[in-house]
Design a protein around this ligand. Structure first.
Ligand SMILES: [Zn+2]
Length: 436
């Protein structure tokens, strides 16, 4: 295994040496590779891969013709993006010795979700200025740092300086021989979903199956209740948009509550088949995309056209619910992130099954949270993008049921997200059980 990893690392980490001309800046790093993350999906292997990287840099200063460098290396400082979600477009050193990292989307035009993620280390401990330079839009995601890619903290605000109308962000980083991960949000990669769903799938009454494959052949998993006597069903989807990590955190807490072993959740799952597809865009997650899948499409504008392999899987899953012998789909939720916490819903005035559900559910959540946070108000937008082929519009139009997008703010307190999503799950279960 180890030799295999090192061999891959040697293949995918060629190092480029550019001659330093008379120019004030020298350019070292280059554009991303389509195949840069082959075989290195596991956190443990990341460290091995990184060791192999240094080994390869020292030993094989050779460049295969079509393999641009992933890394820039200056004065004993090494930057790489060889992990899922890693994405930096380019790297060079400015005249005052700052490292300038180019941050670019997979395609333009694109929504303002300028994702970045890289790893940095230095031969000897030092404090460095690393500047994110956005080719599109401006700085949005507050930098998070991690020593292991698993536990994350916000970079202290005093170490972030926004410049040139926020199109550049200067980060002051304390770097040493151990790698430091820096990313726009905590990284939740495909491996996380695999482990999470496998663990859930081993519980009584639940099963983890393969819904299908992404365009690049990654697994898109389905976690569901074992088909049984339930005559109704609920469906949850997440991660259509790779950088929307707070939505993913909410989905984890929400689903863990729905799949819990207590009386409420057990009773709920005995009445409602529960299906979740928490990671619909695994290619975008792996590539560190800002928005799209590898087909260059916003998946949440493809529910209806269904031109992409990922959304086609959802179309086929939904078709199952139209068979007369199937459990009847009652509710659909899609988890996302935006600038604030908000529920995008259908307007109360339009015909819908369970006409009171949305208003009652959100009011019940609000009341529960007000016990801890007096004055708390749920933010609801009942007229968001009604004409676009989004998941919620497609599911509402096809089934006439409440189909709701649950959006979490980029900067919402992570402990609050867990509480909020857990309460939302409990109130959903209680209310659906009374309506069942
Ligand atoms: Zn989104």
């Amino acid at each position: 295994m180890l030799s295999n990893v090192i061999e891959k690392s040697l293949r995918i980490f060629p190092i480029l040496f550019f001659p330093i001309s008379g120019a004030k800046e020298c350019f070292v790093g280059l554009r991303r590779l389509g195949f840069r993350r082959l075989g290195l999906h596991n956190r443990g292997l990341h460290h091995i891969g990184f060791t192999a990287l240094l080994f390869s840099a020292a030993t094989f200063a050779v460049q295969a013709p079509d393999e641009p460098a992933l890394v820039c290396e200056f004065d004993g400082v090494v930057i790489d993006i060889d992990f899922e979600a890693g994405n930096i477009e380019s790297c060079h050193k400015s005249k005052n010795n700052n490292l300038i990292l180019g941050v670019s989307p997979e395609k333009t035009p694109i929504n303002m979700s300028p994702w970045y993620a890289f790893r940095i280390r230095a031969e000897s401990p030092r404090t460095l200025k690393v500047v994110l330079k956005y080719s599109e839009h401006s700085h949005r995601y507050k930098p998070k740092i991690s020593a292991d890619g698993v536990a994350w903290a916000e970079l202290d605000a005093s170490k972030i300086k926004l410049i040139r109308k926020n199109t550049m962000a200067s980060l002051t980083l304390d770097v040493g021989p151990e790698p430091l991960w820096v990313a726009g949000q905590e990284i939740i990669d495909n491996n996380f979903y695999r482990i999470w769903m496998q663990a859930l799938g081993q519980r009584d009454g639940l099963q983890h199956t393969l819904l299908g494959k992404s365009a690049q052949g990654r697994d898109i998993g389905l976690l569901r209740t074992v088909p049984g006597e339930q005559r109704k069903a609920v469906l949850f989807v997440g991660r259509q948009h790779p950088p929307e990590v707070t939505g993913a955190l909410a989905m984890q807490a929400f689903m863990n509550r729905v799949f819990a072993a207590d009386e409420l959740a057990t009773s709920f799952r005995n009445t409602f088949a529960v299906l979740m597809v928490p990671n619909l865009n695994p290619d975008g997650v792996a590539q560190g995309h800002w928005r799209f899948n590898t087909g260059g499409l916003d998946l949440n504008r493809d529910w209806g056209p269904f031109t992409q392999p990922e959304t086609q899987l959802m179309r086929d899953l939904l078709l199952d619910f139209q068979r007369p012998e199937s459990a009847r789909l009652s509710l659909f939720l899609d988890f996302h992130s935006t600038y604030e916490d908000v529920f995008y819903t259908q307007p109360d005035a339009i015909p819908i099954s369970m006409p009171a559900f949305t208003e009652t559910w959100l009011t019940n959540i609000e009341k529960r949270i007000q016990r801890k946070l007096p004055g708390f108000k749920i933010n609801r937008d009942a007229a968001h993008n009604p004409g676009l082929p989004t998941s919620k519009t497609y599911v509402y139009t096809t089934f006439g049921i409440p189909a709701i997008t649950f959006e979490l703010g980029d900067n919402t307190d992570r402990r609050f997200i867990r509480v909020y999503a857990t309460i939302a799950a409990e109130e959903m279960m209680s209310l659906l059980l009374t309506e069942a």
